[in-house]
Design a binder for this molecule. Structure first.
Ligand code: PEP
Ligand code: MG
Length: 602
């Protein structure tokens, strides 16, 4: 037995200590490690008057916290530079410079002295003033510094308040992160040991934190109420991302069972990969194209490994996350896109322009606060408002289009007007490139995500001005069933087989067919082997999904007859509730091609 296994088992609990919590399994896999609780809340800041003679002590306390923060940032800079390169490290260098800036320290000290208040209060007042200043700038770059001010001030505040930091690089055992909430940008940094899995209190099946967990192969369970209050640091935890369970203090027998499940799953996955080279073709010869959704360029290898025939969705906003708080430059955009399209050529590579805002990265992006961010300045709307940022991305996309089969896709289009405006902007940029004699693909295909109900309903009109459609069920479900995709309280209403959804999807596929443009689906629904039968029956021919799901869906495609799927879809469309449809579909799959169900349970 390897030493870590022995250590795990020797610290295992007895049967009476075991605690099991049920949540939503959003990223498959099993992880075993010790709990590390991350509390993201910074304690509230109160105004505490200080006496005249206490002021020097307060100033010293502030200067010490500042010094500590600067040391931490420089240390972080070095570590990040070693592990991820200088580009990423420069963020922390910039933050360290801000902390060392004498005028920043002076402002806080002046406040402590003139108002005779505690350092925390003085700091938060200065933070607010600086944020307001930066926010008022016309210049995008300066406005975006709001996020830096916030980040740096929070670090100083944490040191002032003596809240412990976790330095993961010093932990030698496997760690399961337990948190109330995690942003996609937190999660994107979880890509290496000692972190082997995570569980959170909030979130939804199709939230971006869940999606990124999947692409990092990180077992994850979300939506477990009060988790951070029921688990202690260092308790032994098993995360079962298949079942959506978190087990605390497992017995030695349980650990053994879960370890053997890891082996069984690895074996099953190896077998599934055997179908990598064969096409996804139904028994009656209908060809289905299975493509990959990726968030990070590094996932390309996985896309190929699992047999993707192209990239159906590259979520370019993750390029922003990895650069945040800096904006990617045109060259950085260009290099990323060129590498992608060249690697994928001759197959298509659909790059979606930034889908920032909404819940996704709202705080990080524009420092903007909205009452209803999911219905607010998100995706294409946000990009059209921040033209400079958007033009940088579009120029880079156009330039990269000369190197392969790049297709541009816009997220969250709700009507024809928006599409026309953005196409006008593209024409403008094409004109500029022509003047500069820079090459681009003049026949570049421009398509849209159909993920807003209004777009689905007028798909026939949009199809006349769009080169392709990609149905985004994650948002289409969110907006048409009125359920926040990141809210665990309404996740029971997440019903891809809801009759309203099936009708919308059918309408979009039919409209695309009538106009002769390709229609794909890249929401999570496309990755489910059971739903695949209905979707094929509705006429869907292009599925795009996280790479690991491709082999399972391919097995289903190869096991079914299009004719039967058509019948299943017809009957499903006549049913009244999602439950009735689901029962019927599962029954049909079990009866006609039991392999489909076996795959689902894998
Ligand atoms: C969708 O909405 O289905 C989709 C694929 O886009 P995202 O999940 O990035 O919003
Ligand atoms: Mg979407």
């Amino acid at each position: 037995m390897p030493p870590t296994d022995r250590a795990l088992k020797s610290s295992a609990g007895t049967r009476s200590d075991i605690r099991t919590y049920k949540g939503i399994g959003v990223s498959p896999g099993i992880a075993i490690g010790r709990a590390l609780i991350i509390e993201k809340r910074v304690a509230s800041v109160y105004r505490v008057p200080v006496r005249e003679e206490e002021i020097p002590g307060e100033v010293t306390r502030f200067l010490e916290a500042l010094e500590k923060t600067r040391d931490e940032l420089l240390d972080l800079k070095q570590k990040v530079s070693r592990s991820m390169g200088d580009e990423y490290a420069s963020i922390f260098e910039a933050h360290a410079m801000m902390v060392s800036d004498a005028s920043f320290a002076d402002k806080v000290i002046q406040k402590i002295e003139s108002e005779q208040v505690n350092a925390e209060w003085a700091l938060s007042e200065v933070e607010e003033e600086l944020q307001a200043r930066f926010q008022s700038f016309e210049d995008n770059y300066l406005r975006e510094r709001v996020a830096d001010v916030k980040d740096v001030s929070e670090r100083v505040l944490v040191n002032l308040q003596g809240i412990a930091h976790h330095d993961l690089s010093e932990i030698s055992h496997d760690v399961i992160i337990i948190a109330d909430d995690l942003t996609p940008s937190d999660t994107v940094h979880f890509n290496r040991r000692p972190i082997v899995g995570f569980a959170t209190e909030v979130g939804g099946r199709t939230s971006h934190t869940s999606i990124i967990a999947k692409s990092l192969f990180m077992p994850a369970v979300i939506g477990v109420p009060r988790l951070t209050r029921t688990i202690d640091n260092d308790e032994l935890v098993i995360i079962d991302g298949y079942e959506g369970t978190v087990m605390v203090n497992p017995t030695a027998a349980m650990i053994e069972e879960y370890q053997s499940r890891v082996t069984r799953h690895a074996e099953a996955e190896r077998k599934l990969l055997e179908n990598r080279e064969i096409p996804a073709i139904t028994k009656d010869n209908i060809r289905i194209s299975l493509q990959a959704n990726i968030e990070l360029p590094e996932e390309l290898d996985d896309a190929f490994k699992f047999g993707a025939e192209g990239i159906g969705l590259y979520r370019s906003e993750f390029l922003y996350i990895s650069k945040s708080p800096l904006l990617p430059t045109e060259e950085e955009h260009f290099e990323t896109y060129r590498t992608l399209v060249e690697a994928v050529a001759p197959a298509d590579c659909i790059i979606r322009t930034f889908d920032l805002g909404g819940k996704k990265l709202a705080r990080e992006v524009m420092g903007s606060k909205e009452d209803n961010p999911v219905l607010g300045l998100r995706a294409l709307r946000l990009c059209m408002k921040h033209r400079d940022m958007f033009k940088t991305q579009l120029r880079a996309l156009l330039r990269a289009s000369a190197f392969g089969n790049l297709r541009i896709m816009f997220p969250l289009v709700s009507g024809v007007q928006e599409l026309r405006q953005v196409k006008r902007l593209i024409r403008e940029i094409m004109g500029e490139l022509d003047e500069e004699k820079i090459a681009y693909n003049k026949n570049l295909k421009i398509g849209i995500m159909v993920e807003v109900p209004s777009a689905a309903i007028i798909a026939d009109i949009l199809a006349t001005e769009s080169d392709f459609f990609a149905i985004g069920t994650n948002d289409l479900i969110q907006y048409s069933l009125a359920i926040d995709r990141s809210n665990e309280n309404v996740s029971y209403l997440y019903e891809p087989l809801h009759p309203a959804l099936l009708r919308l999807i059918k309408g979009v596929i039919d409209a695309g067919k009538r106009a002769g443009i390709p229609v794909s689906m890249c929401g999570e629904m496309a990755a489910d082997p059971i739903y695949a039968t209905v979707l094929i029956g509705l006429g869907l021919e292009i599925f795009s999904m996280n790479p690991t799901s491709i082999p399972v869906v391919k097995n289903v495609v190869r096991a079914v007859r299009y004719r039967d799927c058509r019948r299943i879809a017809e009957i499903a469309l006549q049913k009244k509730t999602a439950q009735e449809i689901e029962e019927f579909v599962i029954e049909s799959v079990a009866m006609r091609f039991p392999e489909g169900l076996a795959n689902k349970q894998l």
